[in-house]
Design a protein. Sequence first.
Length: 288
Amino acid sequence: MTTMDLAAYLSARKALVDAALDARLPRAEIEPRQVHAAMRYAVLGRGKRLRPILAMAVAEMAGHPPERVLGSACAIEFVHAASLILDDLPCMDNATIRRNKPCTHVAFGEATALLAVMGLLALAFDQAASDGASFGSPVDADSAIHKLAAIIGTAGLVRGQHSDLELTGRAASLDAIQRVHNLKAGSLFLAAVRIPAALLGMPEREIACLDAYASSIGLAFQVTDDLLDARAESEDAGKSTFVTHLGVDGARRKAEQLVATAIQAVAGFGECGAPLRLLADYVRTRTQ
């Protein structure tokens, strides 16, 4: 798959995800209208859809059509959107702009934004359960639901967000930053490989390789985020980041090392792992 092929692949998969998200979200004209409108506003923006695309790539690697795990792929994106709503709140990062438009709590008010978070998380579990009921065995479906809960909960995303809040206003060490982002950024990348792998009944040795891949890619994604933020002088200015600790060149080297580790983790999949390897390289070279 060439660079041009990758661009076409990402575009086609993003279109597939965007259509599925739109179809699965409640319509804004259905009550509670403001909550549904806020959910759609938070999800149907300019997201890259990298996490659901990764979930579909896992299905393809295992010999299944990407549509097979589309519900679970959407579930991961619903959780991602919910986490961004929370991240932007005045009591958290106190952001006002997300993807060049007002944050959800700015556009709809804090109370409606919080209800939208609850709605998105409920919808995420519904979609993962639907995938499990449609093709997974009861054991595999149960495993997928538990994995989603673990990744969202206090051992995963919630813990990462809380740790990030504890570091606010403090000079954080590089190790502390890495621990936080292994949970914040890394959790959803782990979800993107673990949930389809569980539903498809993949062997544990293959899941272990995918876990190693996703952990490295999740952290590499955060490093490249820090590089982009440093260039744009974003609202993260003044925070301890990979760039503030390593410098621009050091952070680039860190991203390259993490991507190399990710690619090595899926080397055993051979040609079937080509989309995973190219997605890893995309994370390293992305410009937005």
